[in-house]
Design a protein around this ligand. Structure first.
Ligand SMILES: Cc1ncc(COP(=O)(O)O)c(C=O)c1O
Length: 375
């Protein structure tokens, strides 16, 4: 298992703060910052860097068990959800199914689709923070084009059972679209065994990367015929054109893979950081990270209960994640007070959202609880 004390040296933030806000943004760890600094040092002199974007794509594909060409580079999750919404057709009477716990970028692209089509948006309602299987079953029918959910809901950390959702979705011929922004890097994802059709994530949260680097997984069979809204040199097989000095621009021959959704030059610096972060995470092992996060949030839930706090997060391990939400009066004020004591958490859903990563410790959680009690 992981030597936490040693690992904490890689996170300089631990010297200064109790950082429990990975559902917001992760602090940069040394391997990521150093990789980016080394790249910048080369760029200052316009020297060749060893960095290859394709290596980064390969690392992410490996992380989620996708094929290399099922991955497109996107700047953030919101872009990925827009690509997903725009590649689908919405015949009259069709619907998409989502939930009332979603982050705006999961739903807005379909609200925008409603400007062009009459697609109905069905919201599965949470019951005490839980999105129930039977409610998804009721909502999805043969007119459903897609089920669109977060793997982990941003406010209370509810973890959807993607495998079960995929079964319901596919039974009705629809596609399962997943926002993995709050799970990638923290929980195991396997697009094949979980039956995911499209998945988007940024890297600056649980994946420990910088902003500006994200990934979109599009299942092989879906990518080929899909129509991208934006296209550019990166949407075609530019390898073919490497040796000629003038591109053939009379015809648009999109590649048959997810790469057709790429347009132009991405933020290479961000992907340098993302590649270092992915390597770091994969060296530790996502299973190890998930187990550690689940132990930490399990401990936090138990202790908060003992101290008489009301939780807005479910206790069942299969529905838990790296996010715990504790109900309080005046959460914004309390979060500011905690910030002054060098404890970083955030205010969400009329409560305080606490999101430890694997390098946090039980002692840090105890300090947070003690400070919270004193407010
Ligand atoms: C579930 C979820 N999706 C997406 C985002 C952010 O998306 P983006 O990376 O496009 O800013 C967040 C940020 O909090 C989130 O919680």
């Amino acid at each position: 298992m992981v030597n936490i004390e040693k690992i904490r040296d890689q996170f300089p933030i631990t010297k200064k703060k109790i950082y429990l806000n990975h559902a917001g943004t992760s602090p940069l760890c040394k391997p990521v910052a150093e990789a980016m600094q080394a790249y910048l040092a080369k760029r200052i002199m316009q020297e060749e860097s060893e960095f290859e974007l394709e290596d980064c794509r390969r690392l992410f594909a490996g992380l989620v068990n996708a094929q290399l060409d099922e991955i497109a580079l996107i700047p953030n999750t919101s872009t990925g959800m827009n690509i997903a919404a725009n590649m689908l057709q919405y015949p009259s009477g069709s619907n998409i199914v989502t939930t009332d716990l979603e982050f705006p970028s999961v739903v807005y692209p379909w609200l925008r689709s409603q400007m062009k089509s009459k697609v109905e948006i069905r919201y599965v309602r949470n019951v005490d923070g839980c999105l129930r299987q039977q409610d998804y079953e009721k909502a999805v029918d043969d007119k459903t084009v897609a089920v669109v959910v977060s793997h982990v809901e941003y406010s209370n950390g509810f973890r959807n059972n993607l495998r079960a959702l995929a079964e319901i979705t596919h039974e009705h011929g629809a596609v399962l679209i997943v926002d993995a922004c709050q799970s990638a890097g923290a929980l195991k994802i396997d697009v094949k065994s979980q039956g995911i059709d499209l998945l988007a994530t940024s890297t600056y949260k649980w994946l420990l990367g910088p902003s500006g680097a994200g990934f979109l997984f599009v299942r092989e069979e879906l990518a080929a015929g899909a129509e991208p809204v934006f296209v550019g040199w990166a949407s075609v097989n530019h390898e073919l054109f490497k040796t000629v000095d003038l591109w053939e621009n009379r015809e648009l021959k999109l590649v048959d893979t997810a790469v057709r959704f790429e347009t132009g030059t991405p933020s290479i610096l961000s992907y340098v950081g993302a590649a270092a972060a992915l390597k770091f995470i994969m060296e530790i092992g996502v299973e190890n990270i998930e187990k550690r996060i689940m132990d930490l949030t399990g401990h936090l839930i138990e202790r908060l209960r003992q101290e008489g706090f009301k939780l807005q997060t479910l206790e069942q391990p299969e529905h838990r994640s790296g996010i715990v939400n504790v109900k309080t009066e005046n959460p914004v004020e309390k979060v500011e007070n905690l910030q002054r004591k060098n404890i970083a958490v955030s205010a969400r859903m009329n409560g305080i959202r606490v999101s430890p990563h694997f390098y946090n410790t039980e002692e840090e959680l105890e300090k947070f609880i003690a400070e919270l009690k004193s407010l």
